[in-house]
Design a protein. Structure first.
Length: 253
């Protein structure tokens, strides 16, 4: 057996939330290319269907399901749809995320709660729904952020707090489930990748961040997706409870 075989996901079933754009699309494609059937969840069903069609056209297997991660019932319904279609859930990628940039003195309770509801609570509801159905050898990968580790010149209290909490959730679920249920739980903290979220940054902001990038460029989506495949595959089978930072060095400058 080649070492490259350790990175294959043949016959596995993966759920990706927030799969209608950005990193979510890259994650879904990479998992499919590694051999997994993918269940795609997001609120924007038109975009979700296009991603599923693209994967299917490439020879993969994909199911698109409307998902609101802030609603526990919606999370349970997606997990059940995956079971009905494919009979198992091996991988959960908690990628759905919401970002805001309100000054702390002006952010409303509703604005703060909406971010926490998606970024933290939504990941928990999805992990809970899938964890009840997963068998030993399964894994969960939570998508945190470099902003859980460092600051970056914009007022992002809700986003940073929720993504830091996601790292704590990762450690706790790994402690609860890896030994008892055989479910590994890890996180990825991406830095700056070209997505819809970065498109909303103020003009010149990303240029100002280049000075902090030891690898002096934006990340490629495929680089983060490759980290995901490693964590989800047998190659990452001895890794649990960890947050892997993929940020070009921003967090150490």
């Amino acid at each position: 057996m080649s070492i490259l075989d350790e990175f294959l996901l043949t016959d596995q079933v993966a759920i990706v939330t927030g799969a209608s754009s950005g990193l979510g699309v890259a994650f879904a494609r990479a998992l499919s290319e590694a051999g997994a059937s993918v269940v795609l969840g997001a609120r924007r069903t038109d975009r979700l269907a296009a991603v599923a069609d693209d994967i299917t056209a490439g020879g993969g297997r994909a199911l698109a399901v409307r998902l609101d991660v802030a609603d526990p019932d919606s999370c349970a319904a997606l997990a059940e749809a995956a079971m009905l279609e494919f009979g198992r859930i091996d991988i959960l990628v908690n990628n759905a995320g919401l970002g805001t940039a309100y000054p702390a003195t002006r952010e409303t309770p509703e604005q703060f709660r909406s971010v926490v509801d998606v970024n933290l609570n939504g990941a928990y509801w999805m992990a809970q729904a899938c964890g009840r159905r997963m068998q030993p050898g399964s894994c969960i990968v939570n998508i945190s952020s470099v902003l859980a580790i460092t600051t970056a010149g914009m007022p992002q209290a809700a986003y940073s707090a929720s993504k830091a909490a996601l790292m704590g959730l990762t450690r706790d679920l790994a402690s609860q489930w890896t030994g008892r249920k055989g479910i590994r739980v890890n996180a990825i903290a991406p830095g700056y990748f070209a997505t819809e979220m970065t498109d909303q940054y103020p003009e010149g902001y990303l240029d100002s961040m280049h000075a902090r990038m030891l690898v002096p460029r934006m990340g490629r989506l495929e680089e983060c997706a490759a980290t995901l495949v490693w964590l989800a595959s047998p190659a990452g089978g001895y890794v649990t409870g960890q947050t892997i930072v993929v940020d070009g060095g921003v967090s150490i400058t």
